[in-house]
Design a binder for this molecule. Structure first.
Ligand SMILES: Cc1cc2nc3c(=O)[nH]c(=O)nc-3n(C[C@H](O)[C@H](O)[C@H](O)COP(=O)(O)OP(=O)(O)OC[C@H]3O[C@@H](n4cnc5c(N)ncnc54)[C@H](O)[C@@H]3O)c2cc1C
Length: 310
């Protein structure tokens, strides 16, 4: 029984979501291999070989894999899929783009967003925005899985010494082509990797106030900035800051929610945070039910004061 983890990488280094996925793969009970499908990605393959618990890295290098096109990455996974009992992707935008194609081609059901491995064929996954946990048993010969990274600790990035084997890179599928990429550049940590997140809700009232009130606190704490969907929909914060069921799932060491009511769809994205601080002027706000520390206060007073006190 061997599990294959599809690495998330930028051709030079391995992204943290890969490490949590390796932990899930190790929990499946057998050997763990990592596929690094990229172009000129030798450095990423070397980094993958150092992950603790990984016994082999398969490096597939091809110009067709330079832009991470899902059709090509899926074909690369399928080229070696026959050797594996489990194929695991991080439940990221990339992973979720490739995994269903692999599952469909293998004619198996995808097991999505697992948070626990009970046994090699039985997994736990949240449903109804995290209000219930489904235990799913799969009889498929290959388990194609996406892993909710907040459900598993990160494997150590160093300490391993896996062998690196090269695999022939797939040809371009010709079904899609890369046109361009616009990447948001931010000095702040990316939300899913941030150790601290400062998040604001509809109460902020405008994009200007959001920046004026929330950004200084985030700067002080070197935190990522998050937002509720109401704040995003109102244009107070950009789309990629949204935390929740239809946004990002995060579990930082510290999550500070200011002017966020705590709707279940928001909680679904942040309730696994280690310490939750809520600032809300309504003492009945549901966010207080998950908060470790709650402050009933006007955020326009409390957030600047907190920033000053730090
Ligand atoms: C299918 C679906 C998916 C969804 N996905 C998401 C998701 O991914 N993420 C998400 O966040 N939501 C999501 N939602 C929306 C969710 O249901 C809520 O509408 C949303 O989270 C509310 O955002 P909010 O807490 O900022 O706003 P509100 O619910 O309006 O809450 C504002 C809060 O601010 C407090 N407040 C007001 N003024 C102040 C002040 N001066 N100082 C302090 N506190 C103040 C109020 O007491 C209130 O609690 C989804 C909804 C659906 C139906």
């Amino acid at each position: 029984m061997t599990a294959l983890v599809i690495a998330e990488h930028d051709h030079a280094s391995i992204k943290p979501a890969t490490l949590n996925t390796v932990t899930a793969a190790l929990a499946c009970g057998g050997d763990v291999h990592v596929l690094v499908a990229g172009a000129n990605a030798a450095e990423a393959a070397k980094a993958a070989a150092q992950i603790a618990g990984v016994s082999k890295v398969i490096a597939a290098d091809s110009a067709s894999l330079a832009e991470n096109l899902a059709e090509n990455v899926a074909a690369q996974v399928l080229a070696i899929a026959g050797n594996y009992s489990h194929i695991l992707f991080p439940s990221t935008a990339n992973g979720k783009n490739v995994a269903p194609r692999v599952a469909a081609k293998l004619d198996v059901a995808q097991i999505s967003d697992i948070t626990k491995v009970d046994s090699p064929d039985t997994f736990e996954r949240p449903i109804y925005a995290g209000n219930a946990i489904a235990t799913v048993q799969s009889a498929d010969p290959v388990k194609v899985i996406t892993v909710r990274t907040t459900g598993f600790d990160a494997a150590a990035a160093t300490g391993g010494s896996a062998a690196i084997e090269t695999a022939e890179g797939v040809a371009d599928s010709g079904k899609s082509s890369f046109v361009g990429r616009e990447v948001t550049k931010s000095e702040r940590p990316e939300l899913t990797a941030a150790k601290i997140i400062v998040s604001g809700g509809r109460a902020l009232g405008s994009a200007e106030k959001f920046t004026e009130v929330m950004a200084p606190l985030a700067d002080k704490l070197n935190a990522g900035l998050g937002a509720s969907r109401a704040a995003v929909d109102a244009g107070y914060a950009p789309n990629d800051w949204q935390v929740g069921q239809t946004g990002k799932i995060v579990a930082p060491q510290l999550y500070i929610a200011a002017g966020i009511s705590g709707a279940i769809q928001h909680l679904a994205g942040m309730k696994d945070s280690k310490v939750i601080v809520a600032i809300n002027k309504d003492e009945e706000a549901p966010i207080f039910s998950v908060a470790d520390y709650g402050l009933v206060a006007d955020l326009f007073v409390a957030v600047p004061e907190l920033g000053k006190a730090l």
